[in-house]
Design a protein around this ligand. Sequence first.
Ligand SMILES: [Zn+2]
Length: 262
Amino acid sequence: MDSSIMRVSIFLSVFALMAALELWLPARKAPLPRFQRWRANLGILVIGALAARVVLPATLVGVALWAEESGVGVLHWLGAPVVVSVILSILLLDLAIYWQHRLFHRVPILWRLHKVHHADSHVDSTTGLRFHPVEIVLSLFIKGGVILLVGAPALAVIIFEVALNAFSLFNHTNIRLPLKWDDRLAYLVITQRLHRIHHSQHARETNTNFGFSVSWWDRLFNSYRPRARQSDEELDIGLREFPATSSNARLSRLLTMPFTRS
Ligand SMILES: [Zn+2]
């Protein structure tokens, strides 16, 4: 099967599963009607995907295949065995995304882009798809650079992209595991509760739990926060300067947000 058809099928399946779970057992109540947020969050996803196609005609898998053929990248120079290359590449790409996320919080001009994601007044599966098209394109170039530097095999890039997408849907889903299970799972991955702490309105909490998949990077680089000041039920989500109004949930508002004063 064509890898892009496979990726879209996996994405739609995970999205359907997560959306069903949060419809059935929602952890928190959304302050706005679902259709208002979903229209904008899914709209910006489509625009981001189109922008990525226009700006970078080659896919990341294409970049990896070119690197493989041309012998570009550390793992190709070293002639590392395939299994080692794939595992190492997935880990290094995930680590790069962790640091990219921290960078987008730290550098003011990048935060202007990333705050579109954080300005969502509620966190659900579609929040995991809500990124400004410029952030999507920048992230593509960063990932492309890492693939060339590392010499990541195409297989690693496919696995990483599918996993990153699935994890983003997973940890934004509006569900809540029993705390005991949440704590156990948190040894390995960033759970929904942990990621909601990252979406807290309190800067000290927002600047923690940056991981998209595994929780190791946050533990290793001192950004792990297992508990928020408020309970998960009461946690103030979003950005104070963007209250939950229907005008703040418009697609045009999301697109212009980085370029306007808040
Ligand atoms: Zn963030």
